[in-house]
Design a binder for this molecule. Structure first.
Ligand code: FAD
Length: 310
């Protein structure tokens, strides 16, 4: 059995594994895809102390750092169920889709999240070539350009306000007849001179010149007319879905499906900790996930020294 079993191999999971292994305890990582969302990222310019790197390069560095230590890395394995310990201080079980089952005294859940996609032509083709999901990450790349934000909930309106300070012009596109963001955000949005809001607007296509985005089509859901916007960027803000479906019967989740944690990363299940984008932590970023993964591993270590036989 492991002392710490980490589920997920993104920035949070890698940090948890390094912190646990450095305590000299039996550490394992099971990951569906080691590297996580970082693998899908191009330029990274906010990984503090590294002014510029690229996703695949950082993902390789994460794996190399983990492999500096005696960590059992089980890549390309998906967890399908968590079984809490039968008694205080007992073993927690993680069942894998391949039929195997792993046991550990503590578990760190770091299965991350995925951005909900629009599912329209051009979205996949122009991902990282104008189609973006993270305004904190990619906003500065669109300095002085025209962009659209798709989604009029809190994250979409926050993104539009944030981007309006950087880019030349923002069009906010909302499917519904009205924005769903908090009133105070909507007021702020409407006060900005370089923002247009389109409601009842359904994005139907993102298009470009083969290399980069240069426009977007949306349909006016009232008149049925199709409109074209000329722009260089599309920020999709229609939801971040935590990869926690497999935990819904065992671990307390927020209404959005995020794993509820305390300041040590402890979940509702004794001995089970969590970190990163899969949790209720505000702001989903690489440096934040790494800090949280470290916290969860130290929380797990604290738990181990308190529950082991003297
Ligand atoms: P993830 O990176 O999502 O990793 C989750 C891990 O869990 C993966 O290994 C996955 O395979 C695994 N997993 C999931 N389900 C299971 C399961 N059931 N069983 C086993 N393993 C499982 N942040 C920045 O700070 N700067 C940026 O420039 C930046 N750019 C981004 C660009 C894009 C296109 C995207 C999508 C995100 C970007 N982010 C950026 C956000 C950043 O990537 C995330 O905040 C960060 O990766 C979260 O780390 P995590 O470890 O919590 O989760």
């Amino acid at each position: 059995a492991f002392d710490v079993l980490v589920v997920g191999g993104g920035p949070a999971g890698a940090a948890a594994a390094v912190y646990a292994a450095r305590k000299g305890i039996r550490t394992g990582v099971v990951a569906e895809r080691f590297g996580g969302q970082v693998l899908d990222t191009m330029a990274i310019e906010n990984f503090i102390s590294v002014p510029y790197t690229e996703g695949p390069k950082l993902a390789t560095a994460l794996e190399q750092h983990v492999k500096e230590y005696d960590v059992d890395v089980m890549n390309l394995q998906r967890a399908k169920a968590l079984v809490p310990a039968a008694r205080q201080g007992g073993l927690v079980e993680v069942q894998l889709e391949n039929g195997a089952s792993l046991r550990s005294r503590t578990v760190v859940l770091s299965t991350g999240a995925r951005w909900r996609q629009m599912g329209v032509p051009g979205e996949d083709e122009y991902r990282n070539k104008g189609v973006a999901y993270c305004p904190h990450c990619d906003g500065p790349l669109f300095k002085g350009k025209r962009v659209a934000v798709v989604g009029g909930g809190n994250s979409g309106v926050e993104a539009a306000i944030d981007l309006a300070g950087i880019v030349a012009h923002v069009t906010l596109i909302e499917f519904d007849g009205q924005l769903r963001a908090d009133e105070v955000l909507q007021r702020k949005l409407r006060s900005l001179p370089n923002v247009d809001v389109k409601v009842n607007a359904q994005t139907t296509e993102v298009f470009g010149d083969g290399r980069k985005v240069n426009g977007l089509h949306y349909k006016d859901r009232v008149s049925g007319e199709s409109h074209r916007l000329d722009l260089e960027g599309v920020f999709v803000q229609i939801g971040l879905l935590p990869n926690t479906e497999w935990l819904k019967d065992t671990v307390a989740l927020s209404p959005r499906g995020e794993i509820i944690i305390d300041e040590r990363g402890q979940t509702s299940v004794p001995g089970v900790f969590a970190a990163g984008d899969a949790t209720t932590v505000p702001y989903k970023q690489i440096v934040i996930a790494m800090g949280a993964g470290s916290t969860a591993a130290l929380g797990a270590f604290d738990h181990l020294i308190r529950t082991s036989a003297p």
